[in-house]
Design a protein around this ligand. Structure first.
Ligand code: ATP
Ligand code: ATP
Ligand code: MG
Ligand code: MG
Lengths: 227, 227
């Protein structure tokens, strides 16, 4: 469902060159539960942003459900992304002046979902992540783990086909983390494609395949052979 | 070295009341390595901000090295805090327009450290956390784990007596996390007081005492009896 073909992303700072993604080829099949691991700074977030069509590679191609992403204009790209992909950002990226509820409604507003329906759906996903009593709180009125759960709820709001979650449990206690992983597993059973960046081996244990990155490249992968 | 006496912090939002810290009494002895754990939203960050004198309780008292914090004026409080406490924020709180190096120099500028000395010290602590090649990067040019390490370096810059670290390894791979914990252990051997909020049991294993919070209160504690 996502094909990454020899993709590169380089940052230039004066004379300094950072090869954040340095030739990555990766094929994610529809319905896969993929885990991405690797040291801090190895390029995981950069790769996730390229796969989620939030950023363009300097070379190579990205295909989303067979469509070549670089051939889409910005408006079509935004529309496809909004419809197919739910992205959980490592730094949450919540809008500070909106409540938790309004933050979760945002992707649905963009998708043209009628007010009553998106209101109901936003409450539903916030309740799913345990934030029923925090819907009217703004991000500065939430704990770190609560902000992370709002970011997760927002990614689920539009019922996307693909979830890209960048370290979704880093700020959560083990119980809250397990609840989130259960949500992901249930969605995976429903047929969604789940891609999770994590540093946590217990999170990684939920995936079907684990790829390891180092210095902008994929250096190894393991495929789970059990049921 | 820090005494928390029946401290309360309540947030009011319209008719809603959130008892973030609901009567906490805690005595941290000088040189202790204390771990604070608890579910998301249980009040850990709020308690840390009160202990670090970044916030004032609604009731109860806080004593820092024997001084009653509420009796200090803002300027004296800021000076004592800057000199004694290094705080690692859960959301890093880096200044986006400053480089990693400049962010780390900030507490030293405030303390009146001469330019050449603070420049050298900033480079030293950034190298300690593995960011020697990232000193000129601004926060938006850093990975999540790199930002977290800049926040840690900044907390160490002024050689404080107390380190308050709010989930300092949440964005780090296990190797980078271990390097940070080694720094904390070394500082602890030098006599520093270390207080770490964490969700990670492996991090908790480094402490001498673990307190558990729930709904704004301390509900249990364990003291390590081995060497
Ligand atoms: N805008 C930028 N300019 C320069 N360098 C950048 C920029 N963004 C990222 N980098 C660098 O690219 C590398 C990869 O960053 P990335 O955020 O993808 O890492 P990561 O694997 O997600 O790390 P972490 O586990 O710490 O989140 C890092 O070394 C980072 O310093
Ligand atoms: N400014 C505020 N206004 C209203 N409620 C707040 C505010 N700040 C925090 N809260 C609430 O206070 C409670 C405690 O927050 P705190 O940040 O201390 O939790 P925490 O234990 O650090 O959680 P986490 O592990 O998720 O970081 C949370 O339920 C949060 O929603
Ligand atoms: Mg990252
Ligand atoms: Mg917190």
């Amino acid at each position: 469902i996502i094909n990454v073909e020899n993709v590169r992303k380089t940052y230039r700072m004066g004379d300094n060159i950072v090869k954040a993604v340095d030739g990555v080829t990766l094929n994610v099949f529809g319905g896969e539960y993929l885990i991405i691991m690797g040291p801090s700074g190895s390029g995981k977030t950069t790769l996730m942003h390229l796969m989620g069509c939030l950023d363009k590679p300097d070379s190579g191609e990205i295909y989303l459900a067979g469509k070549c992403v670089s051939k889409l204009n910005d408006r079509d790209l935004a529309r496809v992304r909004n419809k197919m992909i739910g992205f959980v950002f490592q730094q949450f990226n919540l809008l500070p002046r909106l409540t938790a509820l309004e933050n979760v409604e945002l992707p649905m507003i963009y998708a043209g979902v009628p007010r009553a329906i998106r209101h109901k759906r936003a409450k539903e996903v916030l309740t799913m992540v345990g934030l029923r009593d925090r819907m009217e709180h703004k991000p500065t009125q939430l704990s770190g783990g609560q902000m992370q759960r709002v970011a997760i709820a927002r990614a689920l709001a539009n019922q996307p086909q693909i979830i890209l979650a960048d370290e979704p449990t880093g700020n959560l206690d083990s119980k809250s983390g397990e609840e989130i992983l259960k949500i992901f597993s249930d969605l995976h059973s429903d047929g969604l494609t789940i891609i999770v960046v994590t540093h946590d081996l217990e999170v990684a244990a939920n995936g079907q395949r684990v790829i390891h990155m180092r210095d902008g490249r994929i250096v190894s992968q393991e495929v789970r052979t059990s049921v």
